[in-house]
Design a protein. Structure first.
Length: 306
């Protein structure tokens, strides 16, 4: 796709302006109360991210939270790990949803597009960058990872969590089967997400070292598909794929709800929704980092151990 310079840029999958509007609307609906009610997935993932962060025995002066939202991860930071957190998000409403009193560390908020990180911070300027459930909406994930690495100081930390490709597979299959049955074709209603197998490769190509990637799931039970769709809207997680259909026929949705319960329903009458989460850790290379020994220089024979 041609960019403003007339050259071919990254393929555009998501309408970033639509996503910003969705997040703004979610943050202001009922004075922000409905947004807070559906924080449960992000809060759970932020907790699990924090567990990984606490395993890193290092204190940082400042941490940058990219695509911070209202600060689900930043609100968990304590002064024994960092003095300050810089929150960056494209949605001004969600960025300012929660007051500074909700945070233990000092907070700076920057309203900026997450895909343009290096327009906000200087290269080699950040000790640590985190991102909690934001990267699944960027169009150029390899390019954003490169920007994160360039923004970090040598031996700087990147810790991220993003939704993986199996997220909401129950909803996706139900909608697809309902559309085939009622309309004779399908269109994308659940946004495409990165396959877990690609993440390590993307981090390596972006120039990170000492990689750690693992996968986890958050399962949530809902009374029906209708409550799931309502919560996704209040989370600001509506469909933002370019060329999407803005409306789905009511009878198609009703069919999808029935298919969802038939294929995936729990014994108690509820339906499950799976959020697959990919956690990733990478470090910007530095001469001081440990390196593997050259082949043949080992002093212990594995046969003696095994």
């Amino acid at each position: 796709m041609l960019d403003e310079t007339g050259t071919f840029g990254p393929y555009q999958v998501f309408d970033r302006n639509v996503k910003r509007i969705q997040k703004d609307q979610a943050a202001t609906r009922d004075g922000g109360e409905r947004s807070r009610t559906v924080d449960y997935v992000r809060e759970e993932v932020a907790d699990r991210m924090m567990e990984r962060f606490l395993d890193i025995k290092r204190k940082f002066n400042t941490i940058l939270d990219l695509g911070s939202g209202s600060g689900h991860f930043s609100q968990l930071l304590e002064l024994d790990k960092t003095k300050k957190c810089i929150m960056v998000d494209a949605s001004e409403k969600i960025l300012h949803r929660d007051p500074d009193s909700e945070f233990e560390v000092a907070i700076e908020r920057i309203h900026a597009e997450e895909e343009d990180l290096l327009q906000v911070v200087e290269p080699d300027s950040q000790e640590a960058i985190v991102s909690c459930l934001s990267l699944h909406w960027v169009n150029d994930l390899p390019g954003v990872l490169v920007q994160i690495r360039e923004a970090l100081k040598p031996d700087g930390l990147f810790l991220g969590a993003m939704f993986g490709g199996e997220t909401l597979f129950e909803l996706r299959t139900a909608l697809q089967l309902a559309e085939v049955e009622r309309e004779g074709g399908i269109s994308p209603h659940v946004s495409p997400m990165t396959d877990t197998r690609d993440v390590s490769n993307l981090l390596g190509r972006a120039g990170f070292t000492l990689l750690t990637v693992d996968i986890d799931e958050v399962k949530v039970a809902y009374p029906s598909m209708w409550e799931l769709l309502e919560d996704l809207s209040d989370m600001g997680e509506g469909n933002a794929v370019i060329g999407r259909r803005n409306m789905i026929k009511r009878d198609t949705l009703a069919a999808a709800s029935a298919i969802y319960k038939e294929l995936h329903g729990n014994e108690d009458g509820t339906i499950p929704a799976t959020f697959q989460v990919i956690y990733m850790i990478g470090w910007k290379p530095a001469p001081t980092q440990p390196k593997p020994l050259d082949r043949g220089t080992g002093k212990i024979n594995l046969k003696e151990i095994l």
